[in-house]
Design a protein around this ligand. Structure first.
Ligand SMILES: C[S@@+](CC[C@H](N)C(=O)[O-])C[C@H]1O[C@@H](n2cnc3c(N)ncnc32)[C@H](O)[C@@H]1O
Length: 376
């Protein structure tokens, strides 16, 4: 079956590699997505294991429409009872890029009505809509007059790993954090430091990767579980196999932050994941952070200024000075949307990757700090 896997803009190639490793066929790069072919076991495994996927869709119906009536009629001629039972609830997620449909909600409303009317005419009853927690989540995608309706096999965003503690003002998207680790080519043998770790998203994703823990291992709700072709034995076998491949390896991962509340949250999350012993998190300003190793990698997401407050120029200047002084021998990767502030680091990037953190354009820059000796 054809499968479309959505991701953040800039992470498509990283996702392609992940998808290839899971054995999918005919992998193609799309904008903010990867398209491939795979069978049901792949679909289950992809939902469980892909670190840079946001949603995994299975297209079921394609048509063209130029107005609401055409859309309604096209949806109504397709047999929706093959995917949706009267006793189930449904909802429609939509992504519409079309000059014919300038209000995306209107297109989704027409689709919802067509499905409801089809059921009412056939069975005298109709399934209910539940936008919060639908049993079956459809995805309506349009590019101009070309529409695709897919089943959302994830049923929710896959950056929801189930570990997030709420409260911090600017946590990083988990999919972005995992993508940064992969873009930087981090692996568990490299000491990793996030000296502005906030709630710890980057280091938590690193621990999950380092120990080979599937990102969705603690999640039980997936859209595909409500499909009438759900194979519980297959799903349980895939989950058990993944569980058996979790390693217990010592990791060299450290986080720090100046904000005591964020540090407390990060520690709480790590405790919840039973990873308290795998990483160290310190309540410390990066200016005072002295690494235990003379080589390694920094991956960090400092305040951008636009989102958290002003006076970032000084902060970036201090970061540049401290990194040169205390972290020589490290590769530093910094994610920021604030290009003028990045210049204040007074470091020359050896790589600069453009990404989108939601709607915000960000740069992921690599700085090779001077060579030092490996201490350990
Ligand atoms: C954008 S947030 C990081 C969010 C984090 N990646 C997460 O997922 O929660 C930037 C962090 O930098 C921290 N910070 C700002 N100045 C700092 C300093 N001098 N030393 C250490 N941390 C600092 C803030 O407290 C904040 O938590």
């Amino acid at each position: 079956m054809k499968i479309v896997i959505k991701t953040l803009q800039g992470l498509e190639e990283i996702l392609m590699k992940e998808v290839e490793l899971l054995g999918a066929q005919n992998i193609k790069k799309r904008k903010r997505a990867v398209e491939c072919e795979g069978k049901l076991p792949f679909l289950y495994e992809a939902n469980l294991k892909l670190r840079t996927a946001l949603r995994i869709l299975v297209p079921v119906y394609e048509f063209t429409a130029h107005n609401g009536t055409e859309l309604y009629n096209q949806v109504k001629i397709f047999d929706w009872s093959q995917f949706l039972d009267i006793s189930q609830t449904y909802a429609i997620d939509n992504t519409i890029f079309s000059e014919y449909f300038t209000h995306s909600k209107y297109a989704a409303l027409k689709m919802k009505d067509a499905i409801a009317d089809q059921f009412r005419e056939k069975f005298d009853l109709r399934p209910s809509v539940n936008t919060d927690k639908p049993d079956i989540l459809f995805n309506l995608h349009a590019y101009q007059d070309k529409f695709t309706i897919s089943l959302d096999s994830s049923g929710r965003l896959l950056n929801q790993r189930g570990y997030r503690e709420h409260g911090h003002q600017a946590p990083l998207n988990e999919v972005m954090a995992a993508g940064l680790l992969k873009l930087a080519n981090w692996n568990k043998s490299i000491p990793l430091i996030d000296p502005m770790c906030g709630t710890g998203t980057i280091i938590i994703e690193a621990v999950l990767m380092g120990l080979n823990i599937p990102p969705q291992i603690n999640q039980n709700e997936f859209g595909f579980k409500n499909w009438n072709n759900f194979q519980p034995l297959m799903w349980n076998r895939i989950k058990a196999e993944a569980q058996s491949k979790i390693r217990s390896t010592p990791l060299m991962i450290t986080g720090g932050d100046i904000d005591g509340d964020a540090v407390a949250q990060a520690k709480k999350t790590l405790k919840k994941l039973r990873m308290g012993r795998d990483v160290q998190i310190k309540h410390i300003a990066f200016e005072n952070f002295i690494p235990k190793f003379q080589r390694g990698m920094i991956i960090t997401n400092p305040p951008y200024g636009k989102r958290i407050g002003d006076e970032v120029d000084n902060l970036y200047k201090k970061m540049g000075d401290t990194f040169k002084k205390n972290f020589s021998g490290f590769n530093a990767w910094i994610l920021s949307s604030n290009v003028p502030a990045l210049k204040k680091l007074h470091l020359k990037p050896s790589e600069n990757i453009a990404l989108f953190n939601g709607a915000l354009q960000v740069q992921f820059c690599r700085y090779n700090l001077k060579e030092g000796k490996y201490l350990k």
